[in-house]
Design a binder for this molecule. Structure first.
Ligand SMILES: Cc1cc2nc3c(=O)[nH]c(=O)nc-3n(C[C@H](O)[C@H](O)[C@H](O)COP(=O)(O)OP(=O)(O)OC[C@H]3O[C@@H](n4cnc5c(N)ncnc54)[C@H](O)[C@@H]3O)c2cc1C
Length: 392
């Protein structure tokens, strides 16, 4: 088999890249190791930045999102037993975010790809990417019990943090930067209407909590828990009681609605960047190149921004015969990636009490949150980052 761009991984990054390349008339093949049902059900992100919304609309994947997604014009910060709303459009000149689950984005992109797109092979396990520094890199994969080879002009690794594409870049040419955090998120899905119209990010001395939602009838809630927590060690009642305690207002007057919990999982928190995002004819995009803790809602949106920059660069090569944008890809993306890394780190360390922190550290966190609540400049900084910086 031969193609122009071989894409490893059919998560949001790989699927969107395949769509954008197909629209630009560039031939590609997408290899995904899981089956379709698994990829469509994998629970992950849920907040789309304005730039992501615009890209999905422009590539024809926005119809169901516009019907079913929930536009959010703000978030609430909860600290010291009180709440403060951040008004996104007022602070950013009209920008908002949308609540529309990653599972739904993935379903929409797969449906488009299968109806009118480049080849997409499920259950195609990529075992190696070879020849990054040659004119014709090769993807080795197993599909339907046979070992196969896809020869490409370029390879894009969109295979997530645990993928193989990153290892096509020799150790000596790759630098990684990493931070792990001494806590994780216990996330639940519950069949109950969200108790608030907007997300609530809650700082409390008991730990962080987040109220989010997937739809008008499904709530998504998170609790900060110690690393290595077994989600099934937490009974439903214990989860609801702990959420109640962390969202409690000093003057009462607000109640979290409970409902049947349909899923429990624990997500570790990690910051990670691999540089460069390109070596020879192999490019990395999305989680294959960088991970952020989910507190800033940036992971999916960063993946989208990477592939928009990359698709533009391939289109420039296709139409103008110039590799200038491909050559600039890694630097262009890394600048934005590091800004998002900083924002995600800031949100995480400001809102989560570290188990080892002192009462002094806790007061500093509250002082920072109070600054955001009382200063337009500080609130604007948060709102601009949350709704997303310009792509490219
Ligand atoms: C448990 C979890 C919860 C998260 N929650 C949030 C959240 O609440 N908010 C937020 O903003 N972000 C969240 N994220 C981050 C967000 O989901 C990711 O940033 C986003 O999925 C990145 O998309 P991607 O396409 O780069 O990678 P992925 O979605 O990881 O896709 C990679 C794809 O490559 C495939 N693959 C891997 N290896 C191979 C191989 N060898 N051969 C072929 N295919 C391969 C995988 O099956 C997968 O489909 C979460 C991530 C995780 C892991």
């Amino acid at each position: 088999m031969r193609t122009t761009v071989g894409i490893v991984g059919g998560g949001p990054a790989g699927l969107l890249l395949a769509r954008l390349l197909h629209q630009a008339g560039i031939d590609c093949v997408l290899l995904e190791c899981r089956d379709r049902a698994y990829v469509e059900q994998r629970q992950r992100a849920g907040i789309l930045e304005q730039g992501t919304i615009d890209v999905l609309r422009a590539c024809g994947a926005g119809d169901r999102m516009d019907r079913e997604g929930l536009v959010h014009d703000g978030i609430e910060l909860h600290f010291d037993g009180r709440r403060h709303r951040i008004d996104f459009p007022a602070l950013t000149g009209g920008r908002s975010v949308m609540v529309y689950a990653q599972t739904e984005v993935v379903k929409d992109l797969i449906a488009l790809q299968l109806a009118d797109g480049a080849p997409l092979l499920f259950e195609a396990q990529v075992t190696a990417v070879e020849g990054a520094d040659t004119d014709s890199p090769v993807i080795r994969f197993t599909h339907e019990g046979r070992e196969q080879t896809l020869r490409c002009d370029y390879v894009v690794g969109c295979d997530g943090f645990h993928g193989v594409a990153r290892h096509a870049i020799p150790d000596g040419a790759r630098r990684t930067f990493e931070r792990t955090y001494p806590y994780s998120w216990l996330g639940i899905l519950a069949d109950v209407a969200p108790s608030n119209d907007e997300l609530i990010y809650a700082h409390s001395e008991r730990g962080f909590a987040l109220l989010s939602m997937r739809s008008p009838v499904v709530s998504r809630l998170y609790l900060q828990v110690p690393n290595d927590t077994d989600p099934h060690a937490w009974s439903d009642e214990r989860i609801w009681d702990e959420l109640d305690a962390r969202f409690a207002l000093r003057d009462g007057g607000w109640k979290l609605q409970r409902g049947p919990i349909t899923s429990k999982s624990v997500t570790p928190m990690r910051s990670f960047v691999a540089e460069p995002m390109r070596y020879g004819r192999v490019f990395l995009a999305g989680d294959a190149a960088h991970i952020v803790p989910p507190t800033g809602a940036k992971g999916l949106n960063l993946a989208v921004a990477d592939v928009v920059v990359l698709a533009r660069a391939f289109a420039h090569l296709h139409t103008a015969g110039s590799t200038s944008l491909l050559d600039a890809y890694s630097d262009t993306c890394l600048r934005r990636v590091w800004r998002a890394e900083h924002f995600s780190y800031f949100m995480t360390t400001t809102l989560h009490p570290d188990p080892a922190q002192s009462p002094f550290d806790t007061r500093l966190q509250i002082a920072q949150l109070d600054r955001i609540a009382t200063s337009t400049a500080a609130a604007t900084e948060l709102a601009e980052n949350y709704t997303g910086l310009p792509i490219g």
